[in-house]
Design a protein around this ligand. Structure first.
Ligand SMILES: C[S@@+](CC[C@H](N)C(=O)[O-])C[C@H]1O[C@@H](n2cnc3c(N)ncnc32)[C@H](O)[C@@H]1O
Length: 370
C-alpha cells in the first residue's frame, strides 16, 4: 500500500490501492525429516515432548506430506493455543525488504511522495486504534485519551503512525529493523518536545524485543508490516508474547485475492511501472481468514475485521465491508488462567489439561535452556 500514490490527472501514479508487499523470496526453511519416519506413537511422543520440532514448519510439512485428517486432528488436539513454545531462532526480517525500505528511508515525511497513502491512512487507523483502546479503559483524560497506555509500534518506519499515537497521550515504543528509518523517525519527533518524551525508537527486530520482554504492552501495532515479514507465524507469536493479557493487537494489511494480484502486481508493476518490477510478492499477502486462524492459534481473539478502500483520485481512504484489498484487524490477547480471580471457578476437570500443558511447557523451556 505504501508503494502507491495518488492518481494524477496524467494517470502516471496509480497503484495505490494495493501494493504494500515487497518482493522477496521466502526465507529458506531448514528441512525436516519426513513424517513418514515417525510411527504413530513416535509422532505423538514427539508432539508432546518436543513440539518445537514441528512448530516452525508445520504449515510446510502439512502441505508437502500426505497425512490423513485424523492425524491432523490428533496433532491439533496436542497443540494448545497458548502453549506453543516461543522460539526466536528464526528471524522474521527479510534482508531484501530491508534493502527496499532503506532506499526509501528519506521519503517518509513527504506527504505527496511514495508514502502518501500511509499518511492518509491515519484518518482511518488512528481513530480505529484509539476507539478500540478506549473501550478497554474505565477513565480517560479528554485531551490525552491514551494517556497511561504503553504501545509497541512494530515496523514503525519513519513514525507516521507512532507520532499521532504519542499525541493522543500514549507512551509509544517504535521499532524497525531498518536503521535509516529509525534515524528519520528520531529526527522528526525531535521537532516536538512533547513527543520527544513520549516516544522512544529503536533499531531492532520484534524477536529481539520478545526475547527480553513478556506481557508488557497494552497494545501492539503492526500496520502495513505483516506483508513484509519472512515468517508470519513467528511474528504473530512474538506480538502475542509481548502483549499484556487483555491487550490489543492491531494489524492493517492486504488480502490475498485475484484483485490484489491484478492491481498490486500486474497493474502497478508490469503495466504502469509505478513500483519497480518484482517489488511485490503476492504470496506474502494474507487473507483475513488465514490471519484470524493464526491469531486464534496464538490465543488472540479477533474482535473486528474491516475493509479499507483507497481512492487513488482523492488520495483518501474509507471503511468498507469489502475486505478484498486492504483491511484492518483488531484482536485481544486472552486472559491467562492464573489471572482469574478467586470468584472464577474452574472445575478440576478443566484444570487438569492446562496443568499438564503447563508442565510440558516448563519441560520445553528447560530443554530449550539446555
Ligand atoms: C509499509 S512500511 C509501514 C510503516 C509504518 N508501520 C506505517 O504504516 O507508517 C513497512 C515497515 O515494516 C518494516 N519491516 C519490514 N520487515 C519487518 C519485520 N520483519 N519486522 C518489523 N518491521 C519490519 C519496514 O522496515 C518498514 O518500515
Amino acid at each position: 500500500m505504501w508503494g502507491s500514490r495518488r492518481l494524477s490527472s496524467s494517470g502516471g501514479h496509480f497503484l495505490g490501492v494495493v501494493g504494500s508487499g515487497c518482493r522477496v523470496g521466502r526465507a529458506e526453511r531448514p528441512r525436516l525429516a519426513s513424517w513418514a519416519v515417525y510411527s504413530d506413537s513416535q509422532l505423538i511422543w514427539t508432539l508432546q515432548n518436543k513440539p518445537w520440532i514441528f512448530s516452525e514448519h508445520r504449515t510446510v510439512c502439512f502441505k508437502s506430506c500426505r497425512m490423513t485428517f485424523s492425524s491432523l486432528n490428533r496433532i491439533k488436539s496436542y497443540w494448545p493455543p497458548l502453549t506453543r513454545p516461543y522460539n526466536a531462532a528464526h528471524t522474521t526480517v527479510d534482508s531484501s525488504e530491508v534493502k527496499t525500505f532503506l532506499a526509501l528511508a528519506h521519503k517518509w515525511w513527504d506527504e505527496e511522495g511514495v508514502y502518501a497513502p500511509l499518511h492518509s491512512m491515519n484518518d482511518l487507523r488512528v481513530p480505529f486504534i484509539r476507539d478500540n483502546l478506549l473501550k478497554t479503559m474505565a477513565n480517560h483524560h479528554p485531551g490525552k485519551p491514551l494517556s497511561g497506555m504503553k504501545i509497541l509500534d512494530v515496523g514503525c518506519g519513519g513514525g507516521l503512525l507512532t507520532e499521532p499515537l504519542g499525541r493522543l497521550g500514549a507512551s509509544v515504543f517504535g521499532i524497525d529493523p531498518v536503521d535509516e528509518n529509525i534515524k528519520t523517525a528520531q529526527h522528526h519527533k525531535a521537532f516536538d518536545p512533547v513527543l520527544d518524551k513520549r516516544i522512544e525508537y529503536k533499531v531492532c527486530s520484534l524477536e529481539e524485543i520478545a526475547e527480553e520482554t513478556e506481557d508488557t504492552f497494552d497494545a501492539v501495532i503492526a500496520s502495513e508490516v505483516v506483508e513484509h515479514v519472512a515468517d508470519l507465524e513467528t511474528f504473530i507469536q512474538c506480538c502475542c508474547r509481548v502483549l499484556k493479557h487483555g491487550g490489543s493487537l492491531f494489524i492493517t494489511t492486504i488480502n490475498k485475492t485475484q484483485l490484489s494480484y491484478v492491481l498490486g502486481i500486474v497493474f502497478s508493476e508490469q503495466i504502469a511501472g509505478i513500483v519497480p518490477k518484482g517489488t511485490h510478492t503476492w504470496e506474502k499477502f494474507i487473507s483475513p481468514e488465514k490471519l484470524e486462524s493464526i491469531l486464534e492459534s496464538n490465543g488472540l481473539l479477533v474482535q473486528t475485521v474491516a475493509g479499507m478502500i483507497y481512492n487513488p483520485f482523492s488520495g483518501h481512504w474509507h471503511w468498507s465491508e469489502n475486505t478484498s484489498l486492504n483491511y484492518a484487524a483488531h484482536a485481544v490477547k486472552s486472559m491467562a488462567a492464573d489471572h482469574l480471580g478467586p470468584a472464577d471457578f474452574v472445575s478440576k476437570e478443566e484444570t487438569e489439561a492446562p496443568q499438564a500443558e503447563a508442565s510440558t511447557i516448563s519441560q520445553v523451556h528447560e530443554e530449550l535452556k539446555e
